[in-house]
Design a binder for this molecule. Sequence first.
Ligand code: VGL
Ligand code: ZN
Length: 217
Amino acid sequence: MPNSTSLPLNDPRCALIVIDVQNDFIPGGNLAVAGGDEIVPLINRLAPRFRNVIIAQDWHPAGHASFASSHPGRQPFDTVQLAYGTQVLWPDHCLQGSHGAQLHADLQLPHARLVIRKGCNPQIDSYSAFVEADRQTPTGLAGYLRECGIDTVYLVGLALDYCVAWSALDARAAGFNTVLIPDACRAIDLDGSLKRAMAQMETAGVQFMEAKDLMNL
Ligand code: VGL
Ligand code: ZN
């Protein structure tokens, strides 16, 4: 468990995972998260404290099953039943290779050692950086972290109630100590999703630590 003795964070067993800080999730983007740009300076100050930095990137093919445009008559933020269960439909976003899929230009993560792309399967969404939305298909991230000897992950990014929360829950399920840094996240908050996600994470043993507390140590 992280505590004052396991910090500073350049501990080789700790990783910072920066989730989906991509143009489409920033105000002006196709699936803008309010205040999404505000977390970039904080992430830039946090990241140099970590030996291990990993970037997750939402990376969808055209016609992806999570796009409302792939379901005639449906609108963004409707839900549909897919083979694996209920899926929220989103505006087209993070198309592979598009400007919207690029990381925010001000993000400074030169020492990031892995970029893990997710949501690449046309039929299956993946909020989580660990396991796709069918809840069965691994992305390989847990295996990568284990092979690197990493046992503790710190999560920041967008959106707190979707990709960050699902990643945090899966990190716990895979046995990692998991710390979410709420002031370095912003939420979509669709139909109470933020409150629900926070409660689920607390139950799962996700810890919450403000960036300012981490950086004062
Ligand atoms: C996300 C909705 C769809 C996220 C990604 O990054 O939270 N949300 N795709
Ligand atoms: Zn997506």
